[in-house]
Design a protein around this ligand. Structure first.
Ligand code: GLC
Length: 505
């Protein structure tokens, strides 16, 4: 047992509290060696996915997107973003020069719709689009920036695993993140949406279908050309990256590069390498899709609160927290939201009164001592840190694939500063900081966990350093691509309509 895993300034914890918390800390702490072995396995599963038609872990979906924007693209496109409890409809005006304007409206996808027949879901989407485009403000926009074709062209960001058949077609592999609408799996999502649009007399043509990670990669490339990865750390987690087409054996492509959607949420589905705890297994078993996306369930916003709740209940049952008493609220499945963890980790006051407020106001846990609050914070730190380190592992593995076999071969491994860069490092080894000649590995990221979870980014960077060397901090740029999905969908629609008109010429 390593008592060093426990927080340093805790008030007096009982011997039993120390003993039990030490064992929980051991379960949740992921060492560099563990990260290494997972990263090696991750790269292996990536390569299996690039070779086999039906891989069991990483789907490695070729997206048919064969190029990245350079920021000079222009035009107005509709964009649709469905991936969680909100549907966003946007009108994006790409103005060239890396600039754009966007108007958008969000529609709530009710719990009923998340499990309703897919045609009901698609009718809801079609009617939301209708409502959006008939609003006067938006009509004025369209008149000001007409598209070439008669109907409006739409890019659809659909954030679920899809086996893409074309840039404007793809079959749903499985639902994730709480959705379970019958009639969708193995069917073409674009056809289902187009039929609903036609049925509801909405004059819109679905030109492109992309995953949110792909949208994020495209959107970030528009402002930062050369972006290599698009990643989501939000309700779910996933990453897309640019692969050299030589390495893609599951299809033939004429282009040099293609964006691949890894669907990394399903990494190591059989849990041979993932450090799963009994608390993860409990969550998985009680989820809507047991055995699926186990990795995602250790990382993303939909699940972190529930893992924490499972740990807290275990501590209560062991009588080392809240005097052994829970509350009806805490006993309820999914009642401990990930945003509570953010508030709890953010509390750096000595008295931890803000934590008491969360416990009392959100969860009716009125009996909480200083030690209780420290323990709750410590559990959040364990769950949140593990999530960030696993996220770093996935990101580092995708970068390794690029360094070994793909699009990043001009970088060394472990990551080295370029020759120009070395000249800028003074004799003490400190970087003089000029960015001008630095060849960055750019990662565009969207998602509430990355954006709002305290220290998530810093913990991720620490993991990247452990896996890719000390210069990872200088060379890898983790950058928020806010609302990347909407802009990315518009860019995909542009790429698709340009490709279609070029091939019909
Ligand atoms: C889930 C989906 C995936 C999506 C990710 C992030 O993992 O399967 O397609 O990219 O969530 O939203």
């Amino acid at each position: 047992m390593h008592s060093s895993l426990l927080p340093k300034n805790q008030s007096k914890w009982s011997k039993r509290q120390i003993q039990i918390l030490e064992s929980i800390a051991e379960d949740f702490t992921v060492s560099t060696v563990q990260l290494e072995s997972m990263a090696t396995q991750f790269v292996h599963q990536m390569r299996v996915g690039l070779t086999e038609q039906k891989p069991s872990d990483l789907a490695m979906v070729p997206t048919f997107v064969t190029g990245r924007p350079n920021g000079y693209e222009r035009g107005s496109y509709l964009a649709l973003d469905l991936g969680g409890t909100n549907l966003r409809v946007c009108l994006i005006n790409l103005k060239g020069n890396h600039e754009l304007e966007s108007h958008q409206k969000a529609f709530k996808v009710s719990e009923h719709l998340q499990e309703a027949n897919v045609s009901e879901l698609m009718d809801f989407i079609a009617n939301s689009i209708k409502e959006f485009i008939t609003s006067e403000h938006i009509n004025a926009q369209i008149v000001a920036h007409p598209t070439d074709s008669e109907s409006l062209e739409l890019g659809f960001t659909f954030s679920f695993p899809v086996a893409q058949t074309a840039i404007d077609g793809g079959l749903l592999l499985r639902w994730t993140k709480g959705f379970n609408c019958p009639g969708a799996v193995d069917n073409d999502i674009v056809k289902l949406l187009q039929q609903a649009l036609d049925r509801n007399k909405v004059n819109v043509h679905v030109a492109a279908l992309v995953n949110d990670t792909v949208g994020t990669l495209l959107a970030h490339s528009y402002t930062h050309p050369g972006t290599y990865i698009g990643a989501i750390f939000g309700t779910g987690t996933n990453g897309a990256y640019v692969e050299n087409t030589h390495n893609i054996k599951t299809m033939h492509a004429d282009s040099d590069e293609m964006i691949i959607n890894t669907e990394w949420g399903n990494f190591d589905k059989d849990k041979n390498y993932l450090p799963v705890t009994i608390f993860d297994n409990k969550l998985d078993r009680e989820s809507i899709n047991p055995g699926v996306h186990v990795f995602e369930k250790m990382i993303s916003g939909m699940y972190l609160g529930e893992i924490t709740r499972n740990v807290l209940l275990h501590l209560i049952d062991q009588r080392v927290l809240f005097e052994g008493t829970s509350s009806p609220k805490l006993n309820k499945h999914w009642s401990f939201e990930t945003k509570f963890m953010s508030a709890i980790e953010d509390d750096t006051t000595g008295s931890l009164i803000p934590i008491a407020q969360v416990l009392e106001q959100e969860l009716d846990l009125y009996i909480n001592t200083q030690a209780d609050r420290e323990i709750v914070k410590f559990v959040c730190q364990l769950v949140g840190t593990r999530a960030a380190r696993l996220s770093a592992m996935a990101t580092a593995a995708v970068i390794r694939q690029g360094l070994d076999k793909g699009m990043l071969r001009n970088h060394g491994y472990p990551l080295k500063l370029s020759i120009h860069e070395e000249e800028r490092v003074d004799q003490n080894g400190a970087s003089k900081g000029a960015d001008a000649n630095r060849e960055l590995i750019q990662v565009g990221i969207d998602g509430t966990v990355f954006e709002h979870y305290p220290r998530f980014e810093e913990r991720m960077k620490q993991g990247l350093v452990e896996l890719l060397g000390p210069h990872a901090r200088d060379i890898i740029k983790l950058d928020i691509a806010k609302d990347g999905s909407g802009v990315g969908a518009a860019l995909a629609a542009l790429i698709a309509t340009k490709t279609a008109s070029a091939s019909s010429r």
